[in-house]
Design a protein around this ligand. Structure first.
Ligand code: AMP
Length: 337
């Protein structure tokens, strides 16, 4: 069986893990990256595409003997329409993609899971505090902005429309900006052993909200530098142990809700992106229904994955392990869609 993925995001980790679990591995990458991916001996074949339609054909070539592992760049690169044309089995539940791409549906899923979320403002006129305005889809924070009041929200939205990043107001979500520290809790849900594992924690390294700490307040004011949220890397974290039971409870609630609303529910990796406040509340402002790039930190296992596995277990390897075990138990259909 071949494990394949698109050449970006967490592809190296995914295929490294797949090789460790005994699979053949394949990467489907933009031809400009072909040389890069050829550096790695755990990748058995590199299929270089020159167009996104060609990428879809390459994925479909392994429909009888392969599984595609989705990651954050899959829908972003190929677009929804092309992803719908993928005939090869995809690890996890494809229906989650649609919920993930829509900020409003996304927050609804969290709310229904009894997870604390930031206040959401339906219209710019309702804004009464510091907010963050976000765009649909996993655009790595591009285009997001902070606004202190309704007129700043309106101005910012207008700029996004003028720069053609959005067509209208309906494409943004306006959220209370929660003060605290970010912690992105990574999980793996196995429907084969019916267990949610806490797999790691990371913090996204974002320009230039993180860079601004290096400037004095006077400079920032003088240069009129606005904070932006473009993800360029990840930093590892561990949480106070007393936060973990709440994080895991949230994760289990989330799995339960997805079973009800997006049957057959969450399968495999997911992430609850949170802000931890100074009274130790975990406020979840977003989820990712697939592997997040922050797991790349833990290619040799994380401080949490060791607690379950006692062996180096990356998220990529955990996915491959699930596929292997499901296959051995004749339950492969439970982990792919
Ligand atoms: P997202 O694309 O939703 O993950 O957001 C990108 C970045 O914006 C996050 O990594 C945080 O730094 C920040 N952020 C998003 N939503 C909030 C929020 N409600 N409160 C505080 N910070 C946020």
């Amino acid at each position: 069986m071949i494990i394949a993925t698109i050449g970006s995001h967490s592809a190296l980790q995914i295929l490294h893990g797949a090789k460790k679990e005994g699979f053949q591995t394949m990467i489907i990458a933009d031809n400009k990256r072909e040389g890069f991916y050829k550096n790695f001996s755990f990748i058995n074949s590199v299929s270089a595409y020159t167009s996104l339609d060609e990428a879809v054909s390459m994925i479909n070539e392994i429909k009888d003997n392969g599984i595609l592992i989705p990651h954050g760049s899959l829908v972003e690169y190929l677009g929804k329409e092309r992803v719908d044309r993928i005939e090869t089995k995809i690890f996890g539940n494809r229906k989650i993609f649609e919920w993930e791409a829509n900020q409003k549906k996304k927050m609804e899923l969290l709310k229904k899971s009894n997870i604390k979320i930031p206040e959401i403002f339906e219209r710019p006129e309702d804004v009464d505090r510091l907010v963050i305005v976000k765009l649909n889809g996993a655009k790595g924070g591009k285009g997001y902005f902070l606004a202190k009041n309704k007129s700043e929200v309106k101005e910012g939205i207008q700029k996004l429309i003028e720069s053609k990043m959005i067509r209208d107001e309906a494409e943004v979500i306006i959220q209370e900006y929660v003060i605290g520290v970010p912690m992105y809790f990574q999980f793996f849900y196995s429907n084969i052993i019916n267990r949610t594992e806490i797999f790691g924690i990371d913090i996204r390294y974002e320009t230039n909200i993180d860079g601004l700490r290096r400037l004095t307040y006077e400079y920032m004011k003088e240069l009129e530098i606005d904070p932006t949220f473009v993800v360029v890397g990840n930093i590892p974290a561990v949480a106070r142990e007393s936060l973990l039971p709440v994080a895991l409870e949230y994760a289990n609630n989330f799995v339960r809700t997805t079973k009800e609303l997006v049957s057959p529910g969450m399968i495999g990796p997911f992430c609850l992106e949170s802000i931890v406040t100074d009274n130790s509340d975990i406020v979840v402002f977003e989820f990712s229904g697939r592997i997040v790039a922050g797991t790349n930190l833990y290619i040799n296992g994380s401080p949490y994955s060791w607690l379950y596995w006692d062996e180096p277990m990356s998220m990529g390897r955990r996915i491959a392990r699930e596929i292997r075990v499901a296959n051995e138990k004749d339950k492969l259909s439970l982990v792919v869609s």
